[in-house]
Design a protein. Structure first.
Length: 103
């Protein structure tokens, strides 16, 4: 009869599924210290429009993510710090659209 030995494998710390860093809590991909601002942009009608607006706003220093939705005209921007509305307005203008303001 052979004796069975149970070998414990080390648990990863800070991994996706560890108790201290779970990605299943609904906050995966969201910067802990980011500022989220939603803007209303007029004139977007398609995916090309969304891409143009996203590209220009993404070039603003401090911006970490941009999601533009043509059907609603809303553009959600996550940045390291609050953005200057005039910088956002200039970026949207450069893309060929108009910033109506914050949604």
């Amino acid at each position: 009869m052979t004796a069975e030995t149970k070998t414990e494998l080390p648990q990863a710390t800070g991994s996706c599924c560890s108790p201290t860093g779970s990605c299943h809590d609904g906050t995966a991909g969201v910067p802990a210290d980011g500022v989220t601002t939603v803007y209303q942009v007029t004139g977007m009608t398609c995916g090309h429009c969304e891409g143009a607006v996203s590209e220009e706003i993404s070039a603003i220093p401090g911006v970490t993510s941009v999601k533009a939705v043509a059907s609603t005209g809303q553009v959600t921007v996550v940045s390291a710090a609050p953005l200057d509305d005039e910088a956002v307005r200039a970026a949207v203008d450069e893309a060929g659209y108009e910033l109506a303001g914050r949604a």
